[in-house]
Design a protein around this ligand. Sequence first.
Ligand code: SF4
Length: 379
Amino acid sequence: MLLILYRENLRMSWPDSAELLAPIVPWFTAVCRELPWRAQDLDRLHPDPYAVLVSEQMLQQTQVSTVIPYFQRWMNRYPDLGSLAIASSDEIHKSWEGLGYYRRVRNLQSAAQAIVQHNWPRDLKGLMQLPGLGPYTAAAVASIAFQLPEPALDGNAFRVLARILGIASDPKKAGNELRTWLKPALQTHGPSRMTQAVMELGAMVCGSNPKCSECPLAVGCQAHRQGVVQSIPMRATRIKPTEVELWLLAVQFQHHWLVRPPTEKGLLAGLWSWPTLAVETTDDLAAENPHPYGLIHWRSWPSWTQIYSHRREKVQPLALEMAASFECAGCVWEDENSLQALAMGRRDQQLREQLSTSPSKKAEAPPIAGLLNRLIAGS
Ligand code: SF4
């Protein structure tokens, strides 16, 4: 009961959304970027809801400038739901290569298959039942593709709303109240237009360094008026990422490379990868004799740090050319002609690209025998 009262009070203290946000409508009309997935007429149903779905999946965690060429290539390759629904897993992962967060591409295909089978859902609830469509993506598709007044709150929108309403606490905790508050603005100014205008303002004006002097909402913005723009929104505490150090191994034998085929689950699901081994101080260099394994020569390149959302990998790349092949659990020998066509994540792509570059000249000798021992033993 107390919580309901608190929420009612919270909303009652906020001014009418349609009125407060009205100035961004002419602003958006003037500055609106031409994007390949954006409809010309924002008052009508979008001519291609599939394009909206693709763009929303690509835009999660990824900047517009990065997404544009991927979107264009994608739409050429998979122009409609049907062509995506029947594509192979390898094909779609290869087309997504470099965009990261590969779960999105698998969800996109699963959603396409569901829509081909059952048609587009008619409301937000139905959209949220499609694979990979959480409250934000479902509402974005509902409003931008289908003109349904369902407020879509991404990071940009939360930031803008927190500032104009002067919300000092974490705005995500007031998500339901904000959606209820925003709805009349969508109904008055058009769901597609208002949704995209708020996001555009967050992307172009009200970012981490807000340009309040250029902002159409400056007069009514609480954070600006109270001089607390920099402290809103409240920063969420970040989870400390796990740190690991590993060898990334490209092992070659007679025009074949040792690689791991895609798995269905895990960080690199759907992707090919090079074998990895944890860097261990117990790898004894002095006691090493790699020649029984038929080592012809080795190459290495400078290490780098690969950053994932909750994990940081210090990567030691190493290429080994062998005179004999061997069995390695979970690995296969792939013909070198097909290596470029394999869908790989960023870390593994980087080593694939390094193979055709000059190695480090003064690299320290790596503990090759120990690594091969562990690789063959599957540890
Ligand atoms: S006035 Fe400044 S803080 Fe307020 S919405 Fe505009 S850019 Fe953001």
